[in-house]
Design a binder for this molecule. Structure first.
Ligand SMILES: Nc1ncnc2c1ncn2[C@@H]1O[C@H](COP(=O)(O)OP(=O)(O)OP(=O)(O)O)[C@@H](O)[C@H]1O
Length: 248
């Protein structure tokens, strides 16, 4: 089943074309990394296929994205922005916001349990009662991811989720994403760290100037792609069976 289908997707901000005829199909259960240089249009693509920006030509599980109600869509897609904004709410209440598509006037036991699970999974249960504007950038990032997990979506869209995170937390987030897809969920992640992507994602889409220039599995990760997309020379070596991209 196709989780996401984008057909000839274009988007412009104030007349400036940012996405130029993107065609992308993502199967349920895939872990897709979207890579490419600054300004290529990665975040814009993620916002289009998650319904944050209004774009024509996007289908979610076979239905045009515009035909879903906000709540219906929020039960299917959780979007983790590049930056989770701090505020005056506690971590717990911020993560509880992820349950909004399911909640009545008050949170049910199921809602509270989902929040607790998400907090524990992100290792932030210890500061559930802290106010979010007292957190570090990395802690805040984890709160944003926990809120998305509490949403219990079928598709997890994450925009550079490992930014601000220490190495251990980066690995935790990538493992979590891999588990999510192994359990049948779909992950679409915009990222800059090619080596993290290589290690965890199953499919790679490279964007440049609003277009997809390469799409496939590990086999497409050749030095020529890095030259074309980033204009850098790299060597690709295996370390303990893990391919490693090293700029030269
Ligand atoms: N809200 C906006 N209004 C106007 N232009 C925008 C807006 N958001 C992005 N852009 C422009 O659209 C282009 C693509 O931006 P986008 O954020 O999608 O790129 P990106 O590949 O995610 O970049 P980065 O890796 O730097 O995050 C850029 O030229 C950017 O300046």
């Amino acid at each position: 089943m196709k989780a996401i289908k984008a057909r000839n997707l274009s988007f412009s901000y104030n007349g400036a074309d940012v996405l130029k005829g993107i065609n992308l199909e993502v199967e349920e259960g895939e872990f897709l990394a979207i890579l490419g240089p600054n300004g290529a249009g990665k975040s814009t693509l993620l916002k289009c296929i998650s319904g944050i920006l209004n774009c024509r030509g996007v289908e979610v599980f076979g239905k045009p994205i515009g035909e879903y109600s906000r709540n219906e869509l929020a039960r299917i897609i959780a979007y983790v922005p590049q930056r989770t904004e701090p505020g005056f709410m506690t971590v717990f209440d911020t993560v509880l916001l992820g349950r909004r598509p399911y909640m009545g006037l008050r949170p049910s036991k199921k809602d509270l349990e989902a929040v607790k699970r998400a907090l524990e999974r992100m290792g932030i249960a210890g500061f559930a009662l802290k106010i979010t504007n007292k957190l570090s950038g990395g802690e805040l990032q984890k709160v944003g991811i926990a809120r998305a997990l509490a949403q219990e979506p079928k598709i997890l869209m994450m925009d550079e989720p490992t930014n601000n995170l220490d190495i251990r937390s980066q690995l935790e987030v990538m493992r979590l994403a891999r588990e999510f897809s192994a359990e049948g969920g779909t992950v679409i992640m915009v990222m800059h760290d090619v080596n993290l992507a290589l290690r965890f994602a199953g499919r790679f889409v490279f964007m440049k100037n609003g277009k997809i220039v390469a799409d496939g599995g590990r086999e497409i990760l050749k030095p020529s792609i890095f030259r074309e997309v980033y204009g850098v020379d790299v060597i690709i070596e295996e370390v303990r069976g893990i391919p490693l991209v090293v700029p030269v």
